[in-house]
Design a protein around this ligand. Structure first.
Ligand code: 1HN
Length: 345
């Protein structure tokens, strides 16, 4: 009997006892560097929007609970995952519709992609949505959405949902419940959290503690203004352009325990250098056009497109017109574990 055949016979005998030989899988389990099963991909909004609108003829937001087209990584079909750790989807709410109140331990972010005048209510406070706004639904917070329009006009509203669903699945730590009422009572005036925490000041009697930022809406108008001022004041970073991270104003850390969102401006003509990071990221294009070269594959992007950069895939960004990109990753978790790595070529 050859050594290979003897080993195989041995493996066949130990399998019924639920045992396996580590030496056959060691290299794959502990790779020299990340080898993500995820692939780079881009979803063109132009191609998706008609399909999203068509979904509204098939099911209401209320019946669907959340009417979302999930952006699945092409290499992870059926897993509701855009990366191994994160979920992304495009959610549509039509004028007059409601998405009923519920809560779950999964944390969610909303990044408004198209249309304005929808709202989300989070723990009793409503926020009206405008394109480019970044909004948080903290873990276990009651939330419902609606679309009443603004200024007497209402239109379909689409946003990108980012959730830590695959992480919670990994930990088998998921809980959820529906509210008794379809819509929760609004208990605070709009802008209340922002008044309390959004101006580099904090109410004197506030006691810290929650793991999620008390500002649950980061309006685009302000973030965009910050980027414009930055671009006037300094040269762009050779890899990122002008890139800011959203923070929890109470801690200076990530606004959510599991997800770090970013916003960056690429000047017209920007041709960035390649970089790698262990946190794969999901990008939503707000303004401008350009290209993302991901692991050697070139994707042309325009407004409202979404693309995914797998962990450790070299990324090179370029912009033909001034571009603004929102993105998010699992960076806070990797940072907490002490495993976050970046490489700048
Ligand atoms: C959820 O609650 C929302 O509240 C969106 O808008 C997407 C995906 C999976 C599970 C819960 C929302 C979701 C979700």
């Amino acid at each position: 009997m050859t050594a290979t055949a003897a080993r195989q016979a041995y493996y066949d005998r130990i399998r019924p006892l639920h045992l396996s030989p580590l030496w056959e899988s060691l290299h794959a389990l502990v790779p020299r560097e990340p080898q993500s099963p995820c692939v780079p991909a881009l979803w063109r909004y132009e191609a998706i929007k008609p399909l999203l609108m068509e979904s509204a003829t098939l099911i209401t937001a209320e019946e669907a609970v959340r009417r979302v087209l999930v952006l699945e990584n092409p290499a992870l079909p059926g897993r509701a995952s855009i990366t191994q750790s994160l979920y992304a989807g495009l959610q549509l709410i039509m004028p007059g519709e409601v998405a009923p109140a519920h809560r779950h331990v999964q944390s969610a972010l909303r990044f408004i992609v198209d249309g304005q005048g929808a709202y989300t209510t989070v723990n009793g406070e409503r926020t009206t949505m405008y394109p480019g706004d970044f909004i948080i639904t903290p873990s276990w917070a009651w939330h419902d959405h609606g679309n009443e329009g603004v200024g007497g006009h209402s239109e379909p509203v689409v946003w990108l949902d980012g959730l830590d669903i695959p992480m919670l699945r990994f930990f088998d730590a998921g809980f959820a419940e529906n509210a008794d009422e379809k819509l929760q009572q609004v208990a605070q005036p709009e802008g209340h959290s922002f008044a309390r925490f959004g101006h580099n000041m904090v109410p004197v009697k506030h006691s810290h503690g929650a793991p999620t930022s008390p500002i649950f809406s980061y309006p685009y108008a302000r973030s965009r203004e910050a980027l414009a001022a930055l671009a006037r004041g300094e040269a762009p970073d050779a890899w990122h352009g002008h890139k800011l991270v959203y923070i929890n104003p109470l801690t200076g850390g990530a606004p959510m325990p599991t997800i770090q969102p970013f916003l960056q401006l690429l000047p017209a003509g920007f041709a960035g250098q390649a970089h790698q990071q262990t946190d794969g990221a999901i990008y939503s294009v707000v303004e401008g056009r350009g290209t993302a070269t991901i692991a050697g594959e070139r994707f042309a992007f325009g407004p409202r497109d979404t693309f995914v950069v797998p962990s450790w895939a070299p990324l090179q960004l370029a912009a033909s017109s001034e571009a603004v990109l929102f993105s998010f990753s699992d960076r806070p978790v990797q940072r907490a574990m002490g495993v976050l790595r970046e490489r700048f070529a």
